[in-house]
Design a protein around this ligand. Structure first.
Ligand SMILES: [Zn+2]
Length: 165
C-alpha cells in the first residue's frame, strides 16, 4: 500500500504567507532610554577617574574604599596592571617600587611552599601584598560593572540623575 501521508502533507500544507502587517509589537526591542545612556557614560567617567587616582603611589584605605561602589573586579585588575607598568606595587595601599625582573613563568616559594604564576606575582612587591590585594578584590569588589548595578547605588549630590523636565 502506497504511503500517501507524506505527499498529502506536502500538497495540502499551506505555505505560511505573511499577509497582514508584520508583527513587530512584542518582539520589538525596547528603545534605549537616553537617560540610561547618559548614566552609563557618567559611570564610566567616574570609574576612569577613580582608576587614575589609584595610580598614585600613596593611596589611603579611605580612598580605596571610596571606590568600592564604583569599580568592578575588572577595573581593580587594571589598577594592579597599570601600577605594575608604572613600576609600583599593584596593591594600591603599598607604595613600594617594583624592582625585581621576572624571567621565569612560575615562582616557587620555598618559604610558603607554594608555586605562584609570575604573571600575577610580578604585579606585586611581595607575596603578602599579592595575597592581600587578591583577598580584597574577591571579598570587597563587586563582580559587575557599576552601570549594571545602578539601581542599588545611591547617587551623591553630584549624582547622575538627569533633571526631569
Ligand atoms: Zn607591595
Amino acid at each position: 500500500m502506497p504511503d500517501y501521508s507524506a505527499k498529502m502533507g506536502e500538497q495540502g500544507g499551506q505555505k505560511p504567507e505573511n499577509k497582514g502587517p508584520r508583527n513587530v509589537g512584542p518582539a520589538m526591542k525596547k528603545p534605549i532610554d537616553p537617560k540610561r545612556v547618559l548614566q552609563i557614560l557618567e559611570c564610566k567617567r567616574k570609574v576612569l577617574a577613580f582608576v587614575e587616582s589609584m595610580l598614585e603611589p600613596e593611596v589611603t584605605m579611605e580612598e580605596l574604599k571610596a571606590g568600592e561602589e564604583l569599580i568592578c573586579r575588572q577595573d581593580y585588575d587594571s589598577i594592579a596592571q597599570e601600577r605594575h607598568i608604572l613600576k609600583i606595587c599593584g596593591y594600591p595601599l603599598c607604595p613600594n617600587k617594583l624592582t625585581k625582573v621576572w624571567n621565569q613563568r612560575f615562582h616557587v616559594s620555598l618559604k610558603d611552599k607554594k608555586i605562584y604564576d609570575v604573571e600575577i606575582r610580578k604585579l606585586y612587591c611581595s607575596v603578602r601584598c599579592m595575597e592581600t590585594s587578591i583577598k580584597y578584590r574577591n571579598e570587597q569588589v563587586p563582580d559587575q560593572p557599576m552601570w549594571m548595578r545602578l539601581d542599588d547605588i545611591k547617587m551623591g549630590p553630584d549624582g547622575i540623575e538627569a533633571p526631569t523636565e
